[in-house]
Design a protein around this ligand. Structure first.
Ligand code: SF4
Length: 503
């Protein structure tokens, strides 16, 4: 709950600024008058904001459960401007982009599709992430409600996933709308995991495609195959085998020397594939790089790890009257372990079926041990210790020629905390080619210029690495097959492939 301040500065007749003093009004989240919402079977659920592929797979997955769900379009610059127009000041840009994207979509329903505002408010519900948090994340729901009310959609319903409590509903009316059963969560997780795997293969293949556009066309075919498998309740492993055949037809030339760039940072800014990070991935690929994205399961595994640590801490603080065996804590521990095992098992099965062999589900314990000397592990919010851990891991395990950490302008956990710590990490690991960069929604030219400067160094490093390998050998055809994924001490794809033939 917050107060809306109405001490406004307005120009008087002489053009001078003067203050208008009003009594502050109490901010209330609920609508002023009761609304007769549409019944459950007529309700349309909206969401979005993950990668383009994952949003579409989630749409198919939830539709397969009989949920009338529509994925919103990718948030663009117009969405950002809409978010700024209706949102509070001083928000981080994921808030502006995602809030603005919803308002923009509803405005289009009203202005282009001819639905009345009343009909939209009664019939549509938005699903988002929410919950408590040490940063602005804790205020997301209120931000949505404020912007929606100011844009004329007062009373529009929201429902939120709380990453700590599972799921909670904004108010009583919404409680009956979605059945948050284990099937719901498992289906959702499958769509996210499969999306991660296909996205990862796309980033490995697109920079080396012989004919421009063939990887994207194959990825689109994979999306259709997996979506149909969800909708027709067919085997998802079978669908991934089909995708393997589609991807195998893309012709690659993997001996092109390109720097590998790890992109990490604040979850949304690093993951989005659009104006939210100035289309960073496409920009890097156009500039001759291969990207290593951070998959969404990384964030999922971090949430499970944080829940596990919380549980352990509570175990170490027994009260006088604590029972000998705390069954509720035991149950939580077992559920967390089952959750971790389920994510790993599904990831492994789908990855093997489609042919992603050189990528494992991140080991958060290992990352925590890398970061703990630099970052207080109890300090949650944003990506917690992961940004620091990723940079150290990239240097120690020789994973990338350049590490870019993307953060929204003024992001508290990422800019204020992690980047402060990264200065110590880069001092201790001077060989790191690290670029920390903020996105504000504007200022793309400056952003691209800084990326290009860091990329120049990365290109030089990739070239030197490749030239240092003895290459007097027969290069077999298999190097251009995406299914051949050797792992050794080289970073670049071309260098790794050639080195694997020398061994
Ligand atoms: S982590 Fe940063 S960008 Fe994300 S909600 Fe918090 S303050 Fe905003």
């Amino acid at each position: 709950m917050s107060l809306s301040c109405t001490n406004l500065k307005t120009p008087d007749n002489n053009g001078d600024l003067r203050f208008l003093h009003h009594t502050p009004d109490q901010w209330r989240e609920g609508p002023a008058n009761a609304i007769d919402y549409a019944p459950k079977e007529e309700t349309v659920f909206l969401s979005g904001g993950l990668t383009l592929l994952q949003d579409k797979l989630i749409e198919a997955a939830l539709n397969s459960l009989g949920i009338n769900f529509t994925a919103l379009p990718n948030p663009d610059f117009k969405a950002f401007q809409t978010g700024k127009a209706f949102g509070n000041r001083g928000q981080c840009n994921p808030t502006y982009f995602t809030v603005g994207n919803l308002v923009k979509y509803l405005q289009q329903l009203r202005d282009e599709k001819g639905l009345s505002t009343e009909e939209i408010v009664k019939k549509y519900v938005y699903i988002t992430a929410g919950g408590c948090g040490p940063c602005r994340f804790g205020m997301y729901i209120t931000e949505y409600k404020k912007a929606l009310a100011d844009a004329g959609f007062e009373g529009f319903r929201l429902t939120a996933f709380d990453h700590e409590k599972g799921i909670f509903q904004g108010d009583e009316i919404e409680e009956q709308l979605l059945d948050y059963t284990p099937t719901f969560f498992v289906t959702l997780a499958k769509a996210v995991v499969i999306g991660d795997i296909i996205n990862m293969l796309g980033y490995k293949m697109r920079p080396y495609e012989v004919e421009r556009g063939t990887t994207d066309a194959a990825l689109e075919a994979c999306r259709t195959i997996v979506s149909n498998a969800f909708l027709e309740h067919k085997s998802l492993i079978g669908a991934m085998w089909q995708c393997r055949k589609v991807l195998s037809k893309v012709q690659l030339d993997r001996l092109q020397v390109k720097p590998k760039v790890m992109v990490m940072g604040e979850f949304w800014a690093a993951m989005t594939e659009g104006d939210g990070n100035y289309n960073l991935y496409r920009f890097l690929e156009a500039e001759g790089a291969e990207c290593i994205p951070q998959l969404i399961i990384n964030r999922l595994m971090l949430s499970l790890w944080e829940a596990e640590q919380e549980n352990l801490k509570q175990q170490q603080l027994p009260g006088k009257d604590a029972p000998a065996v705390d069954f509720s804590s035991l149950k939580s521990r077992l559920l967390i372990k089952a959750g971790k095992a389920a994510v790993k098992t599904h990831f492994t099965l789908y990855a093997k079926a489609i042919g992603l062999h050189d990528y494992d589900v991140p080991d958060i314990d290992k990352l925590a041990s890398l970061a703990k000397e630099y970052y207080t592990l109890e300090c949650s919010g944003g990506e917690g210790h992961l940004e620091v851990a990723h940079l150290i891991e990239a240097v120690k395990d020789n994973l990338a020629h350049l590490v870019i950490s993307v953060k929204p302008f003024g992001c508290m956990p990422s800019s204020a905390v992690s980047d402060g710590v990264q200065s110590l990490v880069t001092a201790r690991y001077p060989q790191a080619n690290f670029l920390s960069i903020e996105t504000s929604g504007e200022g793309a030219a400056n952003f691209y210029s800084r990326v290009q400067m860091a990329l120049f160094k990365a290109k030089q490093a990739a070239k030197e690495e490749f030239e240092a390998i003895e290459k007097e050998m027969h290069i077999p055809e298999k190097v251009n097959n995406y299914l051949y994924q050797p792992v050794n001490d080289k970073i670049g794809t071309a260098a790794t492939l050639v080195q694997s033939l020398c061994l």
